[in-house]
Write a protein that binds this ligand. Structure first.
Ligand SMILES: [Zn+2]
Ligand SMILES: [Zn+2]
Length: 260
């Protein structure tokens, strides 16, 4: 019942062995992955990957903060036009990145707000990326998502959650799932593990962000969806649960998040 809610398999680092990577994910017991397209130039490739692996690869269509300068209002109509395509389960990733991103912050915010509105108009949950920007993200979430979700428990997910314990609890209370990935396996990340535990298992989904964020056992190497098992194992320890139970609950959360 493992499910990887966030992968980038169209990344060139998978060009040599993409089919084998998907096969290994199936062999590792995953029941599916969600391919995250970071820019409109990648939307059709993500749709094609989902079409190649129906029922196993789904996709989200987004505009990563790195690509925020590509934002234009016409993207809303383009997203809406593709929202009903087979395999499309979310809009994203979209968000704010104040760590390494070269796009100026006002431009990132404009793109983020535009894509949030576009996701809502298209009826899709949203995959949010936030790095070193929680002070700006939280007021936006409070203002844009004042009510409970119309469908299920989640408006979307704050993927690769890296905020504080207070922010974790508030994101969950606002109707957002929290994505847990490789960093929960890093020895130094006690604060992150405590924050996720404080938010509660009912808010957590598993991800890898492949090819990024390898778990501790693969530091420095390419990450792939099968590695989500390491994230599940570490979180099972944190919650004091059998791995199967951790996988079952987070899979249920992922199905509710992506309305599967
Ligand atoms: Zn991200
Ligand atoms: Zn990502």
């Amino acid at each position: 019942m493992l499910f990887d809610t966030h992968v980038h398999l169209i990344d060139p680092r998978f060009d040599e062995d993409r089919a084998a990577v998907v096969a290994r994910a199936r062999a590792a017991g995953l029941s599916g992955v969600v391919e995250i397209a970071d820019s409109p130039a990648d939307w059709d490739r993500a749709l094609a990957l989902a079409a190649e692996h129906p029922g196993f690869v789904r996709c989200a269509l987004g505009l990563h903060p790195y690509h925020a300068d590509e934002w234009r209002p016409g993207l809303a109509a383009e997203l809406a036009a593709r929202a009903k395509s087979p395999g499309v389960v979310a809009a994203g990733e979209v968000g704010l990145d104040y760590a390494k991103c070269e796009v100026p912050r006002p431009r990132q915010k404009e793109a983020f707000l535009g894509m949030l509105a576009a996701a809502s108009a298209a009826g899709l949950p949203v995959v949010i990326h936030c790095r070193d920007a929680y002070a700006d993200l939280m007021p936006i979430l409070r203002e844009r998502f004042p009510a409970r979700p119309a469908v299920g428990r989640f408006h979307g997910v704050v993927h690769c959650f890296s905020g504080t314990a207070e922010e974790a609890v508030e994101c969950a209370a606002l109707g957002f799932a929290l994505g847990a990935d490789g960093p929960v396996t890093y020895p130094k990340n006690d604060a992150l593990r405590a924050a996720l535990k404080g938010a509660g298992l009912a808010a957590l989904v598993l991800e890898t962000d492949s090819p990024w964020l390898p778990p501790q056992a693969k530091r420095g190497k390419r990450c792939e969806p099968a590695d989500v098992a390491d994230v599940a194992a570490r979180l099972a320890e944190v919650f004091g649960l059998p791995e199967k139970e951790l996988a079952r609950v987070t899979f249920g959360n992922a199905r509710e998040l992506y309305r599967l």
